[in-house]
Design a protein around this ligand. Structure first.
Ligand code: C2E
Ligand code: MG
Ligand code: MG
Ligand code: MG
Length: 271
């Protein structure tokens, strides 16, 4: 058992109770963080990252409320809301002429266990008219879940529709390697934790180099998260990592700033 102070426990209770109504009260927003292909220097997609503007507690980060949404089961409703909002907004970005931007949406392993998950995704794609080839679902490993035949079947069904599946936070989760072996991922996203002080930190540099090589050998697209410096970027280019995401390129930005970011030539000044 973890121990929390009374205030922390009270805060958790408030958050859990308020989560139920926060969707209908329209308190969530989706921010978008761009990904860049280091060879073509093109923005290939954006990751949807949820934010909660709580009326009394202020901005609550997802690392605080997502685990509580998982605990209470609200994650299914919340995950559906994010998927719909992100699909809608990216569809409108496609209409504005940025037709090759893909959207990465974080999916809780609990959502994947829902019997109607694939149907729900299908329904949202129909509603929003987003081409499934531009949707990429990121599966996080924050919960101990055994890959089973049921999950495998769902992933294959999603992929047969054209949807891509990414392993998020690669290297940090429970049994990363066996999941990589047992589930047919299209992409691995190397956790930003391993990018810290690369290339000066030799241990981290070796881990990153090895994870990139592993992804390449398994024919997966390799994305590095948490890229903050030019030194990290140059190291990743040297090791043939395909795509990067991180503050060096851009922090997550609200939807109303996304179009002007995509129009700007910021990417070409980077390298
Ligand atoms: P994640 O999916 O691994 O997302 C990357 C996190 O790293 C984001 O934090 C992003 O803002 C942050 N980040 C990006 N670049 C950098 C960088 O260069 N340096 C540093 N220090 N951080 C960087 P954020 O937005 O706070 O989200 C945290 C986590 O919450 C996400 O990790 C994801 O696991 C979860 N999350 C966010 N949105 C959703 C969602 O809609 N559904 C679910 N199930 N989980 C979500
Ligand atoms: Mg993610
Ligand atoms: Mg994640
Ligand atoms: Mg991650």
């Amino acid at each position: 058992m973890e121990h929390y102070s009374e205030d922390a426990v009270r805060r958790q209770h408030i958050i859990m109770a308020d989560l139920l109504h926060a969707i209908e009260r329209d308190e969530f927003v989706v921010y978008y963080q761009p990904l860049m292909n280091v060879t073509t220097k093109q923005i290939t997609g954006v990751e949807a990252l949820i934010r909660w503007q709580h009326p009394t507690l202020g901005m609550i980060p997802p690392v605080e409320f997502i685990p509580l949404a998982e605990k209470t089961g609200v994650i299914n409703e919340l995950g559906k809301w994010v998927l719909r909002k992100a699909s809608e907004q990216i569809k409108s970005i496609h209409y504005e002429g940025f037709s090759d931007i893909r959207i990465m949406v974080n999916i809780s392993p609990l959502q994947l266990q829902e019997p109607n998950f694939v149907e729900m995704v299908k329904q949202i794609l129909e509603e929003t008219q987003l081409d499934p080839h531009y949707l990429d679902l990121e599966i996080t490993e924050n919960i101990e879940t055994q890959p089973n035949q049921n999950i495998l079947k769902k992933i294959r069904e999603l992929q047969s529709m054209g949807i891509q599946i990414s392993m998020d936070d690669f290297g940090t989760g429970y049994s990363s390697l066996s999941k990589l072996r047992d589930l047919p991922f299209d992409t691995v996203k190397i956790d930003g934790l391993f990018l810290q002080n690369v290339p000066i930190n030799k241990k981290n540099a070796t881990i990153v180099e090895t994870l990139v090589a592993l992804g390449e050998k398994l024919n997966l697209r390799v994305v590095a998260e948490g890229v903050e410096t030019k030194e990290q970027l140059n190291f990743l280019i040297d090791k043939r990592c395909q795509e990067i995401q991180g503050y060096l390129l851009s922090k997550p930005i609200p939807f109303n700033k996304l179009k002007s970011f995509l129009k700007s030539k910021i990417v070409f000044d980077l390298i």
